[in-house]
Design a protein around this ligand. Structure first.
Ligand code: FAD
Ligand code: AMP
Length: 475
């Protein structure tokens, strides 16, 4: 006999565990199946994000930022120190502690909400039957549900001929666990993950070279922002080589020799470690039996409609394994929406207002359209901007790099996009997401009182600038 549930969620990342908790809150009998094994060999719900993604990368970004500032910026404040030392294993252990605390917290939340948790591999069969193969080697468990939510996430893309070996040629998991600072680190792909993890090891003293096939730096960001960011990162010592396609890599005598092709032809580069961060692909291995009725797209994503319904009745899919940006908060919001739809409530996701953040220093954050997207669409828009160099709080904190840029419709003044490069951009963008969610205008931002002195005044001034009435810059 199969145990019966209203909802079974396969995958316990920010998509899956959030969907399971919301479903349980709505009174549905819910199970969540996750196969992740933590560093201690135990179940570690939280998926890529908590275990080897968002959280551990931010822990190391913060640790490395302290180390970097101590060496490069404290002198300006009149603070000097005779010697700075670094204990990489301790830094990694702190990161592991943060991860453990959070994955343990997810286990508690699932328990507290009476979600039945299975540590194992879930496989969807016909008519919403699910089999769980437990990670402890126990017998296969048969389950049955009214609704199944697939939230199996994504895995790093491997370049053909450049396999991960877990030590020299690594993915995000490996680059979050180096036991010492490599003297030289090659990074293939100058996307979000390459920039964040490249920044960590660069700040800790590695000589970091990012090899990026595309001619443009961060093409999804607004071009004014990506231009400024490229300049800042260069000053920090990040060597970003655009238009550089990696062709092959071989491990020889403890060095990774990489062959690249750029405008000058082919050349060789040698690194102590190589991080391959060329994107991620949906993870569906072993998830679907032949009679599950769930179709995949030609890109290997689970095919879903606007409301996350797959081709099989009562089967839904969310997060990195479906279309849309591979972001934790997008996965979670889809999880909440699907749980509410299953419970018979209305739910809708505004994909146009999903914020993006790159946790470099300074941070990059945006919501909505970039200027190049508006141009390509032939939209009629106006822009306003404000540099942090003219913001009192930024200068007081030694954080004068970067800017805020706002794009609004020329006729209606509705905000179409906001782009921030600067300290705390990840937090500052929230105000702009709220404004856009309420279909706000730049005039709304201009009339809202912003506390002084705060970094958020740069948003206020950029909105005023859009109408030619900024106070602390020329119009
Ligand atoms: P996942 O988090 O991948 O979770 C899926 C879970 O399901 C995993 O535990 C997987 O093992 C499990 N699973 C898969 N198949 C099965 C099965 N058949 N049975 C049982 N379990 C299964 N996003 C942000 O928004 N902000 C960030 O700062 C950020 N930083 C990142 C940094 C790095 C280094 C990386 C790699 C990613 C980062 N991301 C970030 C992206 C973010 O991690 C993902 O978008 C997010 O984790 C997607 O959530 P998910 O629930 O769809 O999938
Ligand atoms: P993201 O998807 O944001 O993680 O970015 C991955 C980046 O890797 C993209 O900008 C790709 O252009 C880049 N990329 C993919 N393959 C290669 C390659 N063989 N050599 C260099 N860069 C690559």
């Amino acid at each position: 006999m199969s145990e019966k549930f209203d909802v079974i969620v396969i995958g316990g990342g920010p998509g899956g565990y959030v969907a399971a908790i919301r479903a349980a809150q709505l009174g549905l009998k819910t199970a969540c199946i996750d196969n992740f094994i933590g560093k201690d060999g135990k179940a570690a719900p939280g998926g890529t994000c908590l275990n080897v993604g968002c959280i551990p990368s931010k822990a190391l970004l913060d640790s490395s930022k302290h180390y970097y500032h101590l060496q490069h910026d404290y002198g300006n404040h009149g603070i000097s120190i005779s010697a700075v030392a670094i204990d990489v294993p301790k830094m990694i252990a702190r990161k592991d502690g943060v991860v453990k605390k959070l994955t343990g917290g997810v286990s508690q939340l699932l328990k507290g909400n009476k979600v039945t948790f299975y540590h194992g591999n879930g496989r969807l069969g016909a008519n919403r039957s699910v089999k769980v193969t437990p990670q402890d080697g126990g017998d296969v468990i048969a389950l049955q549900a009214e609704n199944v939510i697939l939230a199996s996430g994504s895995v790093p893309i491997e370049i053909p001929g450049i396999p991960f070996d877990g030590e020299y040629i690594v993915d995000n998991t490996g680059a979050l666990d180096f036991d010492q600072v490599p003297a030289t680190l090659g990074v293939i792909g100058a996307g979000v993950i390459g920039l964040e993890l490249g920044s960590v090891w660069n700040r800790l003293g590695a000589s970091v070279v990012l090899l990026e096939a595309l001619a443009d730096f961060l093409p999804l960001a607004d071009r004014d922002i990506s231009k400024q960011a490229a300049r800042e990162f260069k000053k920090q010592g990040l060597d970003v080589r655009l238009g550089t396609l990696v062709k092959s890599a071989q491990l020889e005598d403890g060095k990774v020799n990489v062959t690249v092709e750029d405008a000058n032809g082919q050349s060789q580069h040698s690194f102590d470690r190589l991080l391959v961060s060329v994107g991620r692909k949906p993870y569906t291995e072993g998830l679907l039996s032949e009679d599950s009725g769930v179709s995949l797209t030609d890109r290997g994503q689970i095919d879903v409609d606007e409301q996350s319904r797959t081709s099989a009745p009562g089967v839904w899919a969310i997060g990195d394994c479906v279309r849309g940006p591979m972001l934790a908060h997008k996965a979670s919001e889809e999880g909440v929406a699907v749980a509410e739809l299953i419970a018979g409530k209305p739910a809708h996701i505004h994909f146009d207002t999903v914020p993006w953040v790159v946790y470099t220093d300074p941070e990059i954050a945006w919501v909505g359209k970039s200027e190049q997207e508006l141009e390509a669409a032939g939209a009629s828009y106006k822009t306003g901007s404000f540099p942090f160099a003219a913001n009192g709080r930024a200068l007081a904190g030694g954080q004068g790099a970067g800017m805020v840029k706002i794009l609004a419709d020329s006729e209606t003044d509705e905000i179409l996009g906001v782009h921030i490069f600067g300290a705390n951009a990840s937090e500052l963008i929230a105000e702009c997401v709220v404004a856009m969610e309420f279909q706000g205008s730049s005039e709304d931002l201009a009339r809202i009182i912003h506390a002084h002195p705060t970094l958020s005044e740069a948003i206020h001034e950029a909105a005023l600038h859009l109408d030619g009435r900024a106070i602390h810059r020329g119009n």
